[in-house]
Every structure is written in C-alpha cells, then in structure tokens.
Design a binder for this molecule. Structure first.
Ligand code: MD3
Ligand code: FE
Length: 203
C-alpha cells in the first residue's frame, strides 16, 4: 500500500501497524529515561510539540540554536540507545521506498497534544542530505503539509495516520513541511496523543 507523494517521497500506509504496540512500549521506556520536554527555540518560543531522542546523535534546540548533540542539553545525559526494532523498521522501510543502505544514527521522538503543531520548516541540519529521513506516525491522525523549496510555495495536505511510514528522500528531502494543529481525540493504543518518530543520518 505504497504511494509516491512527490519525487523521492514515498508513503507506506499502515506499514508499522503490526509493530505499533512494541514501538509504543519502547517510546514509553525511552521517555522514562529521557522525558518528553517542550524546548525553547532561539526566538524564545516554547514549542507546542514535546520532544525526546534516542540513538548516538540527536537533534536539539535551545537558546543558542539548532544542532546535533550526543547529550541532552536539558539534563546532560547521553541519549538512550536506538532499540533494534526501531532501526530495523526504519532500514526496511527505506529500502522498500528505494533507499537501500540507510543506517540511522539519530531518532527524534515528537509528541503532539491537541492543538500542537509544527510550522513549515526544512530539515537541513544533517551532514549528508542525500540520506533520506524515515518518519513513523502513531496515535491520533494529523494533517501534514508538504510544500515546495521556498517557504511561500503552495502546499499539499496529506493525512498521516496510526502506523503510516513516510520516507523522504531525493529531491523531496529539502521540501518545506509542517503539521497543522492536532485535533483532539482518543486513540485506543496511544490515548490523547500523536507520536512521530523521525529516523535520520546526522553525520
Ligand atoms: C519532509 N516532523 O521532526 S514527519 C520533524 O510529524 C518533522 O512530527 C513532523 O517535520 C512530525 O522535523 C513531520 C515527516 C517529515 C519529516 C522530515 C522531513 C517530513 C519531511 C524532511 C524533509 C521533507
Ligand atoms: Fe521536519
């Protein structure tokens, strides 16, 4: 159940459904070691999305800016290791979408509460932009905005639902994208939240 959204952007609908419970348990275990937190952007805004990480490197934001770090800037601890299930799923999804050999060294975990959103942005802090990003959605559905290469370009809307995996590579890697405010609801496995895992090759 695979569809190409744009060159290099492939959605594998429901691909993670059978792994969803195990993924959710792992998310909870990671959050016990490194709780989800609302970070403050360089502009002084509290992000409505709460974040944590696993893997060797993880994307961080604080008053100094955005960067990949080996420690949590909130508590100075190293990130929990990337669970084998996470790595295997991301690698398999990448190769199904036409990106064999993907080996993520970073996994950012985003948690959305009702109303939480992510404004249009590009992901370009990774060293090798030829490497794709693999995203896994769990819990409540969200409307994803998929734009062009300039902030003002028109956007298409794609519903991302529980278990959907999207691989973003090739020319789509640098497209602007965002998440519209999450609608309230209750998901049977996950509750009143949406989780999104993004697997990246940072270095
Ligand atoms: C398209 N996360 O963490 S996942 C992010 O649902 C991020 O939490 C969103 O954007 C979320 O940076 C969207 C889908 C996604 C992730 C990375 C991309 C789409 C992308 C990179 C390039 C193009
Ligand atoms: Fe992004």
């Amino acid at each position: 159940w695979q569809e190409t959204l744009a060159e290099g952007a492939v959605i594998l609908r429901r691909r993670a459904r059978e792994d969803a419970e195990a993924l959710y348990q792992q998310i909870m275990a990671i959050a016990e070691q490194n709780p989800f937190a609302h970070r403050i952007t360089p502009g002084g805004h509290r992000m409505s999305v709460a974040m944590t990480n696993c893997g060797d490197f993880c994307w961080s934001v604080d008053s100094r800016g955005y960067q990949y770090q080996q420690q949590d800037n909130l508590n100075g601890r190293k990130w929990p290791a990337m669970p084998p299930l996470f790595r295997t799923l991301a690698q398999q999804a990448a190769s199904e979408a036409g990106f064999p050999g993907f080996n993520p060294d970073a996994c950012l975990l985003n948690r959305y509460e009702p109303g939480a959103k992510l404004t249009l942005h590009q992901d370009k802090d990774e060293k090798d932009l030829r490497q794709p990003i693999v995203s896994v959605s769990l819990g409540l559905p969200a409307v994803f905005q998929f734009g062009g290469f300039e902030r003002g370009d028109s956007t298409q809307r794609v519903l991302l639902e529980h278990g959907d995996i999207v691989v973003w590579g090739g020319p789509s890697r640098l497209r602007y994208h965002g998440i519209l405010p999450l609608k309230p609801g209750v998901h049977p496995l996950v509750g009143a939240w949406r989780y999104n895992l993004t697997f990246r090759r940072a270095f």
